[in-house]
Design a protein around this ligand. Structure first.
Ligand code: UGA
Ligand code: MN
Length: 256
């Protein structure tokens, strides 16, 4: 099965650095198709050239977030959901491309551009039949959030070990699950929503696809961390602003 990775991304000083970190891992993963969706009104030259020279199989899309839903510079990051329309654009592209395919085989994974992914993670998700789940490191105010798995003959997910709201039906981060492609295509209403209350975007989405007992626990019964919810510090641009005002930006004629 092909792994379709859907990644929302937006322009900022360290965008190319983030995308390069992802590319370096994806190049080690066989049969991976990267759907990179820019949060912008048009496709940028930077991303276009980056993908073209990456050596990866990819689709380049764009879908801008309406201003009302865009995070403002001084908003706390949890104020508004991010990547909603971009992930939906990726899902829509899959629905269109595979319309009429009677036996679509694959897995869909939503990979944000700032997290840290191991190559093993993709081995774990490859044979996902419904929705597979695993632990995510460095997220939600704890070292690791993870599904709680029964130690029975047929292990299943019983609930969640999280710092924040373990009572959510699916208390997982975006990085903590993958969806079978045929299942996603069958459920035509499965998409992300701005109207999900804070921190419930993943749970609301998964409720349209499965029940708790249908989840497939991966990564040694959810005891291994193969993905980390890292976040990148905003680079210091103090002197760059001065150079720009003087008309001599450091990146004149150089793509960073
Ligand atoms: C957490 C989750 O890990 C995200 O999957 C979830 O979308 C987010 O919370 C949320 O509640 O919306 P966090 O690290 O806070 O993640 O979010 P970001 O990494 O800043 O953004 C998630 C994705 O959306 C990234 O791929 C980012 O490039 C993209 N994004 C962010 C945009 O496309 N546009 C923006 O204006 C901001
Ligand atoms: Mn993030």
């Amino acid at each position: 099965p092909i792994i379709y990775v859907i990644t929302p991304t937006y322009s900022r000083p360290h965008q190319k650095a983030e995308l390069t970190r992802l590319m370096s891992v994806f190049l080690h993963v066989p049969s991976l198709h990267w759907i990179l969706v820019e949060d912008a009104t048009h496709k940028s030259k930077l991303v276009m050239n980056f993908l073209e020279s990456s050596g990866l199989s990819y689709t380049h899309l764009h879908q801008s977030t309406p201003p009302d839903w865009k995070l403002q510079d001084n908003d706390p990051s949890w104020r508004k959901p991010r990547g909603v329309l971009q992930r939906n654009a990726g899902i829509k592209w899959l629905r269109r491309k595979l319309r009429g395919d009677r036996d679509p085989r694959g897995v869909v994974y939503f990979a944000d551009d700032d997290n840290t992914y191991s190559t093993e993670l993709f081995k774990e998700m490859r044979d996902t039949k419904t929705v597979s789940v695993w632990p995510v490191g460095l997220v939600g105010g704890v070292m690791v959030e993870r599904p709680l798995v029964s130690r029975t003959a047929t292990p299943h997910v019983m609930g969640w070990m999280t710092g924040w709201r373990p009572d959510r039906t699916f208390a997982t981060d975006m990085a903590g699950f993958a969806v079978n492609l045929a299942l996603l295509l069958r459920r035509s209403d499965a998409e992300f929503s701005f109207t999900s209350s804070i921190g419930r975007m993943e749970s609301d989405f998964l409720e349209k696809l499965v029940t708790l007992s249908q989840l497939e626990p991966k990564a040694d019964l959810c005891t291994k961390v193969l993905v980390w919810h890292t976040r990148t510090e905003r680079p210091n641009m103090k002197d760059e602003e001065r150079l720009r005002k003087a008309g001599t930006p450091s990146d004149q004629g150089i793509e960073v």
